[in-house]
Design a protein. Sequence first.
Length: 358
Amino acid sequence: MRILSVVNQKGGCGKTTVSINLAAALAKRKKEVLVVDMDPQGHASLGLNIDPEDYDRSMYDVLMHSGVEIDQATIPVSEHLDVCPASVVLAAVEQELKDKPGREKRLLAKLMRMRRTYDYVIIDCPPSIGLLTFNALTASNETIIPVDPSFFSLHGLHKVRETIELLRDEIGHEIHIRVLANNCNSRTNFSRDILYEIENFHGDSMLRTVISHTVKLKEAASRGQPIAKFDPSNRAAKEFSALAEELVGQEGFFKVSERREVGNVFQGPQIVPGGVRFAIEAPHAQDVRVTGEFCNWSYEGYALQRGDDGVWSTVVDIGDGQHEYRFIIDGVWVKDPNNHECITNEFGQENSVVNVQA
Ligand SMILES: Nc1ncnc2c1ncn2[C@@H]1O[C@H](COP(=O)(O)OP(=O)(O)O)[C@@H](O)[C@H]1O
Ligand SMILES: [Mg+2]
């Protein structure tokens, strides 16, 4: 089960649009998907044609009452797609849980107890970094940060990154960050400048898919339909389908991250005759590479070969000295999970380090 939160403190940058349409595109690929609406405005619920006022239970009850499980508040939307709705009372959670211990782990606890399992849980966050967003982040392994061409949106992106780093430092919770360019109009210089800025500073975590400015997205949401249903031949429908494909293509790595909690299989880079042996367990991956200073951080890097046990490895002669490196698993850049030696790079991300002595 991959748990993704869609976060940015800036309102209107496309969190809900992305949550709804990505969820529908994944469901179309026969993935079992649950949308968790963590925004008291309930836009994700309404955008999926579910009016929270018509139901007895919502995310408020799930978070506030120990006896209410997610399964009891979940409503089927369409084939392979369910939603756990939110209504305006959800706003009270921030205040009501203020002094309660474990308040930022309530959603995580409920997701872990859920009876039904999903391939994807997509959490639509409110436009602020308060307790609701903290709950979403603590429950997620991955996050998508939609950024529209505005400086507030970029600012929001920096804030989310800071929050995620805080979670890592304070409670050791690692979240994989992905940035999604949304609402882009290739014809304006402003769009191009912002895209350039994101690529420059967040290139590693950028999703390949870009969502264009598409008027029909708003119309679809107001009819309570994802674009894939409202207008399947629309450009945005194709882009969300591509986004789903991009994420599905990265499942290899994320299935590993769940297993890793059970225990590491082997440890880090090894100095062997002929160079350094790089290895990583990624049984479902299609393509694994290692890149670093020794090849100018090229995207090609050096390809690893898959062994029967799902462990990918290769030996590279990188010469003597200290070297920084990262793996690229199906296009996702990651540090070596089995190597504690890391250096924070200029983008605030960690590179793994190996020392080769003559
Ligand atoms: N790619 C896009 N093209 C056109 N309109 C968009 C796009 N993404 C979002 N919107 C519109 O912008 C508004 C805000 O989007 P929304 O997803 O609700 O943002 P958030 O959840 O971050 O507040 C909505 O009316 C939505 O339909
Ligand atoms: Mg929203």
